[in-house]
Write a protein that binds this ligand. Structure first.
Ligand SMILES: Cc1cc2nc3c(=O)[nH]c(=O)nc-3n(C[C@H](O)[C@H](O)[C@H](O)COP(=O)(O)OP(=O)(O)OC[C@H]3O[C@@H](n4cnc5c(N)ncnc54)[C@H](O)[C@@H]3O)c2cc1C
Length: 289
């Protein structure tokens, strides 16, 4: 590995200043579980690493029932799993964070890094899409918000402009009788990349669905919002026929590749299966709220 300068700013302003002054030569680091591997493989060759784990604002989980969640980009996956606030309000997003790698990886890895890495198969991204998360980016020209479904533009590429930092993820507070769920299929029991990942969120009024969002991972060049599938549920009783329709629409939207992990047909089929299962889990959770 080549020589690298390491900086660990303690404020967002300092981090932006460093990213601005070093330009393309700098790269932010949250947990490093993707970045360090990319450095070793020579895929990325930054001269400066800007470690953002010392920035307090980026390490916070804060929630209130009116404004929702502010999840710092550098909060580790294990901190998410151990947070009562996260488990209670966003169980699907919490289970997605807790599926990433092993416990050792989760101690370092963040949901922010998972999103910024731009992988179509990132586990937490479909779960973020399902809960309607927006990414708050801060850069030398100010700040902006981007919905997570529009964040990744192609494999490994995101909307982040040079000098910009993902500071936090903003998630609406769940309405009454709202819950989410995330499931993925991997070829082994753990430590593998998803063949398909699906996150679903539902709001129920009695048996009727009043709001729904479905996020799909590993079935296209970028994580997807399955808008038609989710919209097909609105106003309907959540019975077998409604779930079948949503699962078929999600499966139709999947445009996966054929590789050693699975064929196109298999991935499309699994998309429908996981859509069905996540909807059922989310509904069961929503009824208890
Ligand atoms: C053994 C192993 C198992 C894994 N298993 C899984 C798995 O099951 N599921 C899964 O989805 N992933 C998995 N991964 C990949 C990785 O752990 C995750 O993507 C993780 O969430 C990345 O987070 P991080 O904080 O370590 O990111 P980092 O490595 O720090 O950063 C990732 C990328 O995002 C950029 N970046 C980081 N933070 C910011 C920011 N705040 N603003 C702008 N850019 C930023 C970095 O420059 C880098 O390009 C695994 C990795 C390993 C090594």
């Amino acid at each position: 590995m080549h020589a690298i300068n390491y900086e660990a700013p303690s404020t967002v302003e300092q981090a932006i200043g460093l990213l601005k002054s070093h330009g393309e030569k700098a790269r932010p680091l949250c947990g490093g579980t993707d970045l360090i591997i990319q450095l070793r493989a020579g895929v990325r060759r930054p001269e400066y690493i800007i470690d953002v784990k010392n920035i307090k604002e980026m390490r916070q989980i804060s929630f209130d029932a009116k404004n929702g969640l502010r999840l710092g980009a550098a909060v580790s996956c294990i901190e998410i799993f151990e947070s009562e606030v996260m488990r209670r309000n966003y169980p699907g997003l919490t289970e997605a964070a807790h599926l990433i790698g092993s416990l050792q990886i989760q101690n370092r890895a963040s949901v922010g890094g998972n999103l910024c890495n731009g992988s179509p198969a990132a586990d937490s991204t479909p779960a973020l899409i399902a809960v309607g998360a927006r990414a708050r980016l801060v850069g030398p020209n100010g700040e902006r918000e981007v919905s997570v479904e529009n964040f990744v533009v192609s494999p490994g590429r995101t909307v982040i402009e040079p000098g910009e930092l993902l500071v936090e993820l903003l998630v609406p507070a769940p309405a009454a009788h709202t819950a989410d769920a995330y499931l993925r299929l991997i070829p082994r029991n753990e430590m593998d990349i998803a063949i398909v990942g699906v996150g679903s969120s539902l709001t129920l009024d009695g048996d009727k669905v009043t709001a729904a969002r479905i996020g799909l991972g590993a079935v296209a060049a970028t994580p997807l919002l399955a808008a038609k599938a989710a919209e097909s549920l609105i106003g309907k009783k959540l019975d077998d026929s409604a779930i079948d329709t949503a699962a078929r629409l999600a499966s139709d939207q999947a445009a996966p590749i054929d590789d050693m992990r699975g064929t196109i047909e298999y991935r499309q089929h699994v998309t429908g299966v996981l859509t069905r299962r996540t909807l059922l889990i989310a509904a069961e959770r929503a009824r208890k709220k």
